[in-house]
Design a protein around this ligand. Structure first.
Ligand code: GLN
Length: 478
C-alpha cells in the first residue's frame, strides 16, 4: 500500500526502502484507472512511467546522485509540450498533433528525475473557468460530482485533488491555476510573469500566460518552482534573476504587512460566507501581531473588461497560426479555394468559446475600434500596475478571495459568458500586473465545498509569498 503526503516524506520512504518508484507508479496507475469518470487525464503514459520508475529504482540502488524530483510523479496540462507525446490544448484543431520538442519546464523536471505520468484535460486553449470547453468532455470535481472543477486547468487540479499524481503543472493567464485549485481544495501558485520560461507552453495571451503549479503542500510547490524557474535562451521574456532556493527558505518568524482591498470584501456578488471567512482571517492576523490594513481600490470594475479585451486581442493573433496547413486538423471538404479552406478548417476545428474569443479579439483590434477598446484597456493595465506598485511600497502582500463563489454546478454559467467572465474578478489582476499569487485552501463552506484565501506578492518575491503561505497553511491545520 502506497501513501503520499509530501515529496519530502516520499523521498524518506524511498531512502528507507519502504517504497519504490515502481510501487508509487503502480499505485497512481490504479487510482487513475479507478477514477476514469473524473476525466482528468487525456492520455496516461503507463508503460513509459513504469519503465522510468524501474530505471530510477535502479539508479537509487546503485547509489548514484539523485535529482531533486527523484521519482516524483507529475501530470502536465495539455498545453505544455512533451516531446514525442500528443499535445492538443484540448482542441479538435490539434487532435493527434505530436510535440516536436519539450517545454523548458518539462526538460527541467526530467533532468531532476521526475516521472511524467500523463497529460491532463483542460478548457480548449486554456479559455474557460469550468473545464466544460474541452474537446475531450468535461472534468468532474472529485469532491462533488455535480460540480465543476474550475478551469481552465481543471484536469491538473483534479489530478492532485483526487490523488492521481503527486503534483501537476497548469497554466494561468487569468486565474486558471488559482481558481481550479480553489474549487478543488488544493494549493495553486501562479508565479511572477517571467519567472518560468513559456517555451513549449501553447500561447493563449502571451503577455499574461505563465506556467503554474498545483500541490498539496507549500514545500512541494516550492521545490517544483525551484526546478522549473529561471533564465532560458528560448524565451526572451523570462527573467535572468537568480532563482532562490525557495524550498530551503520557507520558515520566516516575522510580522508581515498585509493590505486588503476594501471593495473586494464588500462586493455584493461575493458569497457572504467567503467575505465573512476572509474578514475573520484578517482579524486573526491582526491579533497575531501582523499589520493588516484596508486600502481603497476604485479599479475593481475595470479589471475584468480590460483583461478580456487584451487577452482576446492577443489570442486572436496567437491562434491565427492554426490554419490547417501547418498543424493538426484540416477540412477534408473537396476542391475548396484557399480562403474557404481556412474558413472551413477553423470553423470545424475550434470550439464555440475559442471562436467567440477570436472574434472578440479581432473586433477590438480592428481599425475603427482599436482606440476605443484595445488602447483603453492598455491604459487600464498601466494605471492598475502603477496602483499596485504603490501598494507594495507599503505592504508585503495583498489579500483577496480567489473566487467570489465556490465551485459552480455543471451548466450553471455556460449560457451566460459574461457571468462566467465576471467570476474571474479576483484572479485576473495578478496577470494584468504580472505579480505572483497563490490560492490557499483554508476554508470550508456550509455547502461542503472548500474555498481559499488568495495572497499576492510583489514581482519576483515568491520567497516571501511561499513563507507567508506556509505560515497561513500551517495555522489552518492547527
Ligand atoms: N477564466 C479565464 C479565462 O477564461 C482564465 C483563463 C486562464 O487563466 N487560462 O480567460
Amino acid at each position: 500500500m502506497f501513501e503520499f503526503s509530501s515529496i519530502e516524506q516520499y523521498h524518506a520512504q524511498l531512502q528507507e526502502g519502504n517504497a519504490t518508484c515502481l510501487l508509487a507508479v503502480n499505485h497512481y496507475l490504479q487510482r487513475i484507472h479507478a477514477t476514469k469518470h473524473l476525466n482528468a487525464f487525456i492520455e496516461v503514459y503507463s508503460e513509459e512511467a513504469t519503465e522510468k520508475a524501474r530505471q530510477l529504482d535502479e539508479k537509487r540502488r546503485a547509489g548514484n546522485r539523485l535529482g531533486k524530483l527523484h521519482g516524483v510523479i507529475i501530470g502536465l496540462k495539455d498545453v505544455i509540450c512533451y516531446k514525442d507525446h500528443k499535445i492538443s490544448a484540448s482542441s479538435n484543431i490539434l487532435k493527434n498533433f505530436i510535440s516536436l520538442y519539450s517545454a523548458t519546464a518539462v526538460q527541467r523536471l526530467l533532468a531532476e528525475d521526475a516521472i511524467i505520468i500523463g497529460n491532463l484535460n483542460c478548457d480548449e486553449f486554456a479559455m474557460g473557468s469550468t473545464n466544460e470547453n474541452s474537446a475531450y468532455g468535461k472534468v468532474v470535481n472529485a469532491l462533488d460530482e455535480t460540480r465543476v472543477p474550475g478551469g481552465s486547468s481543471g484536469g491538473s487540479a483534479v489530478a492532485v485533488q483526487a490523488g492521481l499524481c503527486m503534483v501537476s503543472l497548469g497554466s494561468d493567464t487569468g486565474g486558471s491555476v488559482r481558481q481550479p485549485a480553489d474549487f478543488c481544495g488544493i494549493i495553486g501558485l501562479k508565479p511572477t510573469y517571467g519567472r518560468i520560461s513559456r517555451h513549449g507552453l501553447i500561447a493563449y495571451a502571451s503577455s499574461f500566460d505563465q506556467i503554474g503549479i498545483f500541490g498539496n503542500t507549500i514545500a512541494d510547490v516550492a521545490v517544483l518552482l525551484e526546478v522549473v524557474a529561471g533564465a532560458d535562451e528560448y524565451d526572451s521574456t523570462v527573467s535572468h534573476k537568480e532563482v532562490p532556493a525557495f524550498s530551503k527558505n520557507l520558515s520566516a518568524d516575522k510580522k508581515f504587512r498585509f493590505a486588503y482591498l476594501e471593495e473586494a470584501l464588500s462586493q455584493p456578488a461575493n458569497d457572504p460566507e467567503i467575505s465573512a471567512a476572509i474578514k475573520k482571517k484578517i482579524e486573526q492576523l491582526q491579533q497575531d501581531g501582523h499589520e493588516v490594513k484596508a486600502v481603497p481600490f476604485k479599479l475593481l470594475d475595470y479589471i475584468v473588461p480590460a483583461y478580456y479585451v487584451l487577452t482576446t486581442a492577443e489570442a486572436s493573433s496567437n491562434l491565427s497560426r492554426f490554419d490547417g496547413v501547418k498543424y493538426g486538423y484540416r477540412t477534408n471538404a473537396p476542391g475548396v479555394e484557399l480562403i474557404d479552406f481556412y474558413k472551413k478548417t477553423r470553423s470545424g476545428g475550434f470550439g464555440k468559446e475559442v471562436k467567440r474569443r477570436i472574434m472578440l479579439g479581432t473586433f477590438v483590434l480592428s481599425a475603427g475600434y482599436y482606440d476605443a477598446y484595445f488602447t483603453r484597456a492598455q491604459k487600464v493595465r498601466k494605471i492598475l500596475t502603477e496602483h499596485i506598485r504603490l501598494i507594495f511600497n507599503e505592504f508585503d502582500f495583498i489579500l483577496l478571495p480567489t473566487s467570489p463563489v465556490n465551485a459552480f454546478k455543471f451548466g450553471e454559467k455556460m449560457d451566460d459568458p459574461i457571468a462566467m467572465y465576471l467570476a474571474d474578478i479576483y484572479t485576473v489582476m495578478a496577470n494584468l500586473v504580472g505579480i505572483p499569487a497563490i490560492s490557499l485552501p483554508l476554508f470550508k463552506h456550509s455547502n461542503g465545498m472548500p474555498f481559499s484565501l488568495q495572497v499576492m506578492a510583489n514581482r519576483f518575491d515568491e520567497v516571501s509569498l511561499l513563507q507567508v503561505s506556509k505560515l497561513l497553511f500551517e495555522q489552518k491545520s492547527l
